[in-house]
Design a protein around this ligand. Structure first.
Ligand code: TPP
Ligand code: SF4
Length: 289
């Protein structure tokens, strides 16, 4: 059986004391250990941001890519070796700002990725600019008179794009979050995990207390039915006095992107021989030259 400590790298986190990323990191390690995965079976791909440092602190395959390009890199890695459990992990600026197009296309492609967003409603690493999920009126260095845009609603956006698994967790509840991440990993297809992650240094509005007063677990509701897309959409749009957490939508049996690629039928590309026989070469020449 794997244990959480198996996923500890020798590098210690430099996140601020109290940062929500500590809880997310613990929940992720807990999920990987509970699923009895080994570090070599997992690839963590991140972008640039405070949260994107997570692969440095975790013993597994890791790749820190460019700001906003987490999902395309994770997609390429999944296609090269679809036997890997590929987890994209990045901030709301990275994933819902620069990476917004990739988010929507990954969801509609149903590529078998877990897409974790450390959603602190602010740019942490660059010291406190407002982000795509900052609420209307949010005061920051780049919105001194209050943000004038409507905030992105990630769960509703994912659902509208055709995502087959849509969820949210809260960094202060790592056990619940870990169960949500486990379900996302077990899901075959694109899985969004939006995580409420207080940035204690730069976001003085969306604090632990602010979230605590508002979050509820969708599975505790009497009429919980994560297969009902219409109902899920209503829940996905909720924000303000009530903020839903848990698995909001899940549908199984939809073919994933990589399942539909004939070249992958013979197994992961990385395991397939690079060399072609003379006969195969002649056949290719015949077809194309
Ligand atoms: C192409 C590019 N544009 C901008 C930046 C500057 N930059 C680095 S991190 C970041 C935003 C970080 O916010 P978020 O993704 O929400 O992550 P957090 O730090 O809050 O975890 C920005 C704008 C960059 N590194 N690369
Ligand atoms: S600046 Fe915010 S997001 Fe970054 S490590 Fe500190 S508390 Fe966490």
């Amino acid at each position: 059986m794997s244990e959480m400590k198996d996923f500890l790298s020798p590098v210690r986190p430099t996140w601020c004391p109290g940062c929500g990323n500590h809880g997310i990191w613990n929940a992720l390690k807990m999920a990987l250990a509970d699923l009895d995965l080994s570090p070599h079976e997992v690839l963590l791909v991140s972008g640039i941001g405070c949260g994107s440092k997570l692969p440095d602190y975790t013993r597994a395959n890791g790749y820190q890519s460019l700001h906003g390009r987490t999902v395309p890199v994770a997609t390429g890695a999944k296609l090269a070796n679809h036997a890997l459990t590929v987890i994209a992990v990045h901030g709301d600026g990275d994933g819902y700002g620069m990476g917004m197009g990739h988010f929507v296309h990954a969801a509609r492609r149903n590529i078998d990725l877990v897409d974790i967003h450390q959603d602190n409603q602010i740019y942490g690493l660059t010291k406190g600019q407002y982000s795509p999920t900052s609420d209307h009126g949010f005061l920051s260095k780049t919105s001194p008179e209050g943000a004038i845009e409507t905030a992105v609603r990630p769960l509703a956006t994912a659902l509208a794009a055709g995502a087959t698994f849509v969820s949210r967790g809260f960094a202060l509840d790592p056990k619940h979050l870990s169960r949500v991440i486990q379900k996302a990993i077990q899901h075959k297809g694109y899985a969004l995990v939006d995580i409420l992650q207080p940035c204690v240094t730069f976001n003085k509005v969306n604090t632990y207390d602010w979230y605590k007063e508002r979050v509820y677990k969708v599975e505790d509701e009497d009429d919980y039915d994560p297969t009902n897309r219409e109902r899920a959409f209503r829940i996905a749009c909720e924000w303000g006095d009530r903020i839903p957490t848990g698995v909001v939508y899940q549908v199984e049996g939809v073919p994933s992107y990589e399942d539909q690629i004939p070249a992958l039928e013979a197994g992961p590309l990385v395991k397939q021989p690079l060399q072609r026989s003379m006969e195969e070469y002649e056949a290719l020449k015949e077809e194309f030259v």
